[in-house]
Design a protein around this ligand. Structure first.
Ligand code: IMP
Ligand code: MG
Length: 204
């Protein structure tokens, strides 16, 4: 739970690409902390899934880094313990954002065999995830579990909560670790707060 008054960390305490130095206010979740929390989510998921086969469905583009890291931790558990879960992967692409605002249309591209687990970047209103879940239900999956690295505390929320949550975050526009602003900042390892100048600079 990252509180609303969280100060975060000054940029110069960490390594941030030179091309983004002017665009960010603070580091709010350093990369190492993301990894540590993801490791624990992997342990919780493996514990809960028993020996069920998992079709891990990555929600692109924002979920790709989290998905890869989460699966790496699940794989590490699989090869180092008595209990293991068979894994296959699939990818789906959803698009709903322009600048820092959600549009009401959620576009879906790709995905073939949809059934057990989904990995996602961030839930804000919950609309994107609710749209995907209603699509998935048409495939009659045995079970669907949603893992989201971030959930935003916002009055715009529909009330939707994923099954597994990495961090609950303040109502700010965040970038990095694959979260983007108009496709920029996916190449930043830490999760950071975007400043107002940058919103103008990268506006479309
Ligand atoms: P929702 O449909 O309102 O829950 O919005 C979820 C989607 O909006 C995410 O998958 C992201 O693509 C995008 N999004 C929401 N908040 C942020 C943010 O703070 N930074 C970057 N993308 C965001
Ligand atoms: Mg986006």
């Amino acid at each position: 739970m990252i509180p609303d008054d969280e100060k975060g960390y000054k940029l110069d305490l960490f390594c941030v690409p030179k091309h983004y130095e002017e665009d960010l206010d603070q580091v709010i979740i350093p990369h190492g902390l993301i990894m540590d929390r993801t490791e624990r989510l992997a342990r919780d998921i493996v514990r809960d899934m028993g020996g069920h086969h998992i079709v891990a469905l990555c929600v692109l583009k924002g979920g790709y880094t989290f998905f890869a890291d989460l699966l790496d931790y699940i794989k590490a558990l699989n090869q180092n313990s008595d209990k293991s879960v068979p894994l296959t992967v699939d990818f789906i692409r959803l698009k709903s954002y322009c600048n820092d605002q959600s549009t009401n249309i959620v576009k879906v591209i790709g995905g073939d065999e949809l059934s057990t687990l989904t990995g996602k970047d961030i839930v804000e209103t919950g609309r994107t995830m609710e749209t995907l879940l209603s699509l998935l239900s048409e495939c009659n999956p045995k079970m669907v579990k949603v893992v989201s690295l971030l959930v935003k505390r916002t009055p715009r929320s529909s009330g939707y909560r994923p099954d597994y949550i990495g961090f609950e975050v303040p109502d700010l526009f965040l970038v990095g670790y694959a979260l983007d602003y108009n496709e920029y900042f996916r190449d930043l390892s830490h999760i950071c707060i975007l400043n107002e100048n940058a919103k103008e600079k990268y506006k479309v």
